[in-house]
Design a binder for this molecule. Structure first.
Ligand code: SAM
Length: 196
């Protein structure tokens, strides 16, 4: 059976992230991925959840409170500054997720943009553990979305194949700019571990 986009994003993250790791939700929005990651890393793990929008910060904070999550830092800043919030410069990040685009039922002019998205991807690749994944769910139907999609695709397609596996997962018979996934795996030594 083929996974739907959001299900596949979670499947990929869950299959590579370990308990107790530090992971990143680069665009927390309504906090659904933050909650998911919080469950995957467990109470001794840590989720850094970024958003530039006050509404997203409030909604995510409330969702974490409702679910009694103590292992999440909700950060009101752009993901391109993420290294400021990592406890050490030597630490490894277990995985990361981006949802590009705007926050549903919110201000459609506050969108992710190519420059900061690419900067954040590069920074996370630096800290990512071997065999770790960055999963990017690309929504691009909105104004400005196509430009970001093209720039991000161009960037990840030129990542060295010696160091990274880069996957695109998309349904090719759907209409109206359906979202798709880009997954970047940092190559490690030996085989890639699969938990599932
Ligand atoms: N994952 C979210 C959820 O489960 O609801 C949806 C995220 S929504 C598609 C994209 C989010 O990215 C918006 O909340 C927006 O405010 C945020 N955003 C835009 N630019 C950002 C940036 N530079 N750094 C962090 N967040 C950003």
């Amino acid at each position: 059976m083929l996974h739907g986009i959001l299900h596949y994003a979670h499947y990929l993250l869950e299959s590579t992230i370990e308990k107790n790791e530090t992971v990143i939700d680069a665009t927390c929005g309504n906090g659904q991925d933050t909650l998911f990651l919080s469950n995957v890393v467990g109470k001794n793990g840590h989720v850094l959840a970024f958003d530039i929008q006050e509404q997203a910060i409030q909604t995510t904070r409330q969702l974490m409170q409702e679910n009694q999550k103590q292992n999440v830092s909700i950060i009101h800043d752009s993901h391109e500054h993420l290294e400021k919030y990592l406890p050490t410069k030597e630490m490894l990040v277990g995985g990361a997720v981006f949802n590009l685009g705007y926050l549903p039922r919110s201000d459609k002019t506050i969108i992710t943009n190519a420059n900061s998205t690419i900067m954040a991807i590069n920074k996370i690749l630096h800290f990512l553990k071997p065999n770790g994944l960055i999963v990017i769910v690309v929504y691009y139907g909105h104004e400005g979305g196509h430009e970001e999609k093209e720039a991000v695709l161009k960037h990840v397609m030129q990542l060295s194949q010696r160091s990274y596996h880069v996957l695109q997962y998309r349904f090719i018979n759907q209409r109206n700019n359906p979202p798709f996934i880009i997954a970047i795996e940092k190559k490690g030594n030996g085989f890639t571990k699969r938990k599932l």
